[in-house]
Design a protein around this ligand. Structure first.
Ligand code: HEM
Length: 152
């Protein structure tokens, strides 16, 4: 049950970040300002309302699962989680809110694109760290074979 919760929450959180990231790149390169503003709004609501709880659930269920597990893979996942959370709460969320407010008032100035760039970098960092957590999680659950025989 806990494993299923962890798998569902973590994959949903990863899916949210990947969707925000890809749709932002698509709409910023091809879309009109109105579509950009619409996407910025959707990322904040309902986007953040799905992302934040699933991220909290992924972290909390992961910590509970790790009580009965030890080793390098669990240690690496634990070390990545504070960076994922800090990056999400201190960079991604404020950027998403600021971009939404600015886009809603038609403010597409230099600051908009600087903050957009920061958001994309932070998104790419979190996608990478979460991807590594998925890989290590699948190795821990035995769904993915380890590359080295002494991986743990
Ligand atoms: C957003 C961050 C995280 C992601 C994306 C993630 C992803 C995953 C995935 C995909 C699995 C495989 C589940 C399965 O095959 O049923 C897994 C398993 C696992 N995760 Fe995470 N995880 C995250 C955070 C954490 C944290 C913070 C911990 C705490 C150390 C953790 C501990 C574990 C453990 C112990 C397992 C193995 C469960 C088992 O089979 O016994 N995870 N994780």
């Amino acid at each position: 049950m806990l494993k299923r919760l962890h798998l569902t929450a973590s994959m949903l959180a990863l899916f949210c970040i990947a969707t925000f990231f890809l749709s932002t790149i698509l709409v910023e390169t091809m879309g009109a300002r109105q579509s950009i503003a619409q996407l910025k709004h959707l990322i904040v609501s309902p986007g953040l309302w799905v992302l934040i709880p699933t991220m909290v659930l992924a972290g909390a269920s992961g910590m509970l699962l790790s009580r009965s597990r030890q080793g390098r893979l669990v240690g690496s996942k634990k070390k990545r989680m504070p960076f994922i959370s800090a990056n999400g709460l201190l960079v991604l969320v404020p950027c998403a809110i600021a971009l939404n407010l600015w886009a809603a008032t038609g403010r597409f100035d230099t600051w908009f694109y600087i903050v957009q760039f920061i958001e994309l970098i932070a998104g790419a960092v979190n996608l990478t760290l979460m991807g590594l957590n998925v890989r290590d999680g699948l190795r821990l659950s035995g769904r993915l074979r380890r590359a080295t025989p002494h991986g743990q």
